[in-house]
Ligand binder design. Structure first.
Ligand code: SF4
Length: 446
């Protein structure tokens, strides 16, 4: 498939119509999204960004979710040209490492002490280093030996039966990026290994959903091919899932290609500028309003702060992209370079100071408010009702257990302000729960 881009200036009346429908949470068609991606004059961009911000607040309130990746293994049989884990990376320092179960638990504990409640497990594709039974043992050990409350998984595509097993382990979201939807580019970027099979990868989300995952995380790696094609294709992919399973992606990640030591690519073939990146975030927010839009620490701090204002709803923070990277283990190869090195405490502070609400909440996954249930609740506006008090309760835990004194004070001010703004019918119950947390109970939620 080749891409034809309509570069005609966007008609203002048409733009207003598209944005009005998006503001009513109707999403965007692929064509509408493609039109919005061509906008580049300031007045239209402002309208786009303002609408994205309104839509984010309508669905998620003012919360910004924080999480960290936990890399289990950098051993990989694939050869993705942009990745430091690729099998042909034999540079000095590209040590292959798969964490033992104890090491994985140690890493999870370190992250728990910093205040994280949700982690994204990440591993390369190498069944000889990390098979399903390894994964099961790690997941069970982290759940039983740490206070981490939900584990999501970024791993290579599997069969329906394997997805069923992973889901039964208690994994929340299955995440897998298509990298590029442009098949000739995909073939060039993935010269060998199982991942060279475009079809196997593009059908991964279907198999995950057939295997019982109501929540899947999608993404295209920006920089490999024309971003307009990638964004439009991802939206078409999401529409396919909605049509087939009644629910689209739970999250859309917006990774931009970053240099990686030992990668075969030293620069992006189709670079995406910061201005284009912001447009992409806003368009994803409008196109699939109920999906979390996830921004990783690949992006510089200032840009991450900006996109919170225009649709991003989840940020990783304090990330390491190498196995054992949070502890004092020997160094091994990392997947890509991190740009934003701020800790979770700094991120909580920045988000709070901007007037948003840092959230470490995991209640929805553990109360079954996932997949199409999540969407139904979101459509009825109930997510905000559940989520605001839950976010405040976990923020109280964070202030008591992990925050620096300055950040704790800021968190307490937010909790007092936002708790006071809760509907009268909720307030009394909320204050009781808050009191229980202050008295030492943990993991209390609606
Ligand atoms: S991107 Fe994933 S599959 Fe490709 S080499 Fe890196 S870890 Fe392996």
């Amino acid at each position: 498939m080749e891409l034809t881009i309509n570069r005609a200036p966007v008609d203002h009346r048409l733009l207003d119509d598209i944005l009005a429908r998006a503001q009513a949470l109707a999403g965007l068609s692929v064509e509408e999204a493609a039109r919005l991606l061509t906008i580049d004059e300031p007045e239209s961009l402002n309208k786009l960004f303002n609408t994205a911000r309104t839509v984010k607040e309508a669905v998620f309130g003012r919360r910004v979710v924080l999480f960290a990746p936990l890399y289990l293994s950098n051993s990989c049989t694939n050869n993705c040209l942009y990745c430091g884990f690729r099998i042909d990376n034999r540079e000095q320092g590209s040590v292959r490492r798969t964490l033992s179960v104890d090491e994985a638990v140690h890493e999870a504990r370190l992250l728990e002490q910093k205040g994280y409640k949700r982690l994204l497990l990440v591993l390369g594709e190498d069944r000889s280093a990390s098979d399903l039974s390894y994964l099961r043992t790690v997941v069970e050990a982290i759940y039983s030996q740490t206070g981490i409350r939900i584990l999501h998984l970024n791993a290579a595509p599997m069969t329906v039966e394997e997805f069923r097993e992973i889901k039964a382990m208690g994994v929340g979201v299955y995440q897998c990026f298509q990298e590029t939807y442009h098949e000739p580019t995909y073939r060039r970027m993935h010269p060998s290994g199982k991942k060279a099979d475009f079809q196997w990868r593009i059908e991964a989300m279907d198999r995950a959903m057939e295997g019982g995952f109501g929540d899947v995380g999608m993404g295209a790696l920006l920089g490999l091919y024309d971003y307009r094609f990638e964004v439009a294709s991802l939206i078409a992919h999401a529409r396919h899932l909605e049509a087939r399973f009644g629910v689209g992606p739970h999250t859309i990640s917006v990774p931009r290609l970053q240099p990686a030591a030992g990668a075969a690519l030293d620069r992006a073939p189709s670079p995406v500028s910061d201005a284009e990146f912001k447009k992409i975030v806003a368009v994803y927010r409008l196109a699939i309003p109920y999906a979390g839009v996830v921004i990783s620490t690949r992006e510089p701090a200032a840009l991450r702060d900006e996109v919170i204002e225009i649709g991003a709803s989840q940020l990783s923070a304090g990330s390491s992209t190498e196995p054992g990277g949070y502890g004092d283990h020997d160094r091994s190869a990392s997947q890509f370079e991190v740009e934003d090195h701020r800790s979770i405490d700094e991120m909580v502070k920045v988000i709070a100071e901007k007037g948003w609400l840092p959230s470490l909440c995991t209640a929805c996954y553990r109360s079954g408010r996932t997949g199409d249930h999540f969407r139904e609740l979101a459509e009825e506006g109930d997510i905000k009702q559940f989520c605001l008090p839950n976010a405040l309760l976990t923020l109280q835990e964070y202030a008591l257990d992990s925050a620096t004194p300055e950040t704790a004070e800021l968190c307490n001010r937010i909790i007092a302000r936002e708790g006071g703004s809760l509907a009268a019918s909720l307030r009394e119950g909320f204050m009781k729960k808050l009191g229980r947390i202050k008295a030492g109970e943990r993991d209390i939620f609606y």
